[in-house]
Design a binder for this molecule. Structure first.
Ligand code: PHB
Length: 386
């Protein structure tokens, strides 16, 4: 009887360890995004996109089930280092995905660099992340702040604008966006007559709109996103400026925001690496699946989240599911062509997408493609030594 029981126990233990050997541990993803504040909708769209790709792969990447450890980073850089350290050191996540806000992403990149943890940035454009901070374990599925801004500057100059005013939240993303716009706009013969800004995430635009009206520039270039973009577009129209001074932006100004902006956004021209009317089979399939799953239209953020999951899948598959095999992970991504809904792209040496920047115009509830403003635009990756 006793011997029988021992044999049974041994058989159970063997079965358990066998099934352990066959089922690798879940991959722990530290998902650090804003779920509150002006960028909350952006964080949600990124997570939705990420989950959609994983669901299309039957819930697994490279044979491993996924477990999320989620943090609401509140788009607050002052909390970012603590937040990311907790994910890496307390929760022992295998990989970091985040964030939206450039200041938060810079803190994430610093910890990723110091600890060697793989980081995929699914939005924040901070130029330095794929510039001076570039590293073998840091990747971006989105853009650099320079990219859409530079394209918009080139288009604004070609359209004949000579004197422009810029306006943005005062932080890395806004500053770099304005810098990218200025670089191309000046090259094309334009001149920035005034740089205006306000603290993030403020939305008291009235005094600034009054100043723009007094300056009477040929064009206004802005960087705003999320809730602030909704309010700015409405305020610009309410101030009567929409009729008299063309408003240009990095495309975040009108992406994921059109339901709330309504007619006040109609006709606005922006530049971005995505649009609502690409009409390719790849994008159509993505948009249909996203709308079915979430009862929502996708936007650029959803695409970037989806592509972050694709990139993780590519790296992890090359590493045979073992995220500690970083050389294999990196080598695979460096030669991958990523089959994005935006159009397929490859990563630059600094691990930022080399991608087409579309010129779009708001028509009803869509950012319609006007044309490709710049094909296969690569960020200059200033300061990257890799
Ligand atoms: C950024 O902080 O880098 C940022 C935030 C929101 C956007 C784009 C860039 O839509």
């Amino acid at each position: 009887m006793k011997a029988h029981r021992i044999a049974l126990l041994a058989a159970c233990a063997m079965a358990a360890s066998l099934s352990l050997a066959q089922t690798p541990a879940k991959l722990k993803i530290g998902l650090m995004l804003p779920y509150t504040g002006t960028y909350a909708a952006l964080g949600i769209a990124i997570e939705n996109g990420f989950r959609l790709f994983v669901a299309e792969k039957d819930g697994k990447l490279a044979g491993r089930e996924i477990e999320f450890v989620k943090v609401d980073d509140e788009s607050d850089p002052s909390k970012a280092t603590d937040n990311v350290n907790k994910l890496v050191k307390r929760d022992n996540v295998d990989v970091l995905v985040g964030s939206v806000h450039s200041g938060v992403a810079m803190a994430m990149a610093k910890v990723a660099k110091d600890t060697g943890t793989i980081l995929i940035v699914p939005n924040a454009g901070a130029d330095i992340v794929t510039g001076a901070m570039c590293a073998p374990n840091i990747f971006r599925s989105s853009f650099s702040n320079w990219q859409p801004a530079y394209a918009m500057g080139e288009v604004a100059a070609k359209k004949g604008a000579r004197r422009a005013v810029t306006l943005t939240h005062k932080y890395a993303a806004g500053d770099e966006s304005v810098k990218g716009f200025r670089e191309a706009f000046e090259k094309g013969g334009g001149q920035i007559v005034k740089d205006l800004n306000l603290p993030f995430p403020g939305v008291e635009f009235q005094a600034l709109l009054t100043e723009i009206a007094a300056l009477k520039p040929d064009a206004v270039y802005v960087f705003f996103a999320g809730g602030a973009a909704v309010k700015f577009v409405k305020d610009y129209a309410a101030a009567g400026l929409k009729k008299s001074i063309p408003l240009y932006g990095a495309g975040f100004l009108t992406d994921g925001t059109l339901d709330a902006q309504g007619a006040d956004a109609d006709g606005l021209i922006t530049a971005l690496h995505y649009a609502d009317s690409l009409g390719t089979p790849r994008d159509n399939a993505f948009r249909l699946a996203y709308a079915k799953t979430y009862k929502l239209q996708p936007d650029v953020y959803a695409v970037q989240g989806y592509d972050a999951a694709q990139m993780l899948g590519i790296g992890l598959t090359a590493a045979k599911g073992d995220i500690t095999k970083k050389a294999e992970f990196t080598a695979a991504l460096e030669k991958a062509r990523i089959d994005s809904p935006r159009g397929s792209f490859m990563l630059s040496k600094a691990h930022n997408p080399v991608q087409d920047i579309y010129l779009r115009q708001v028509t009803g509830k869509e950012n319609k493609v006007v044309n490709v403003a710049i094909k296969a635009l690569a960020d200059p990756a200033r300061g990257c030594k890799m």
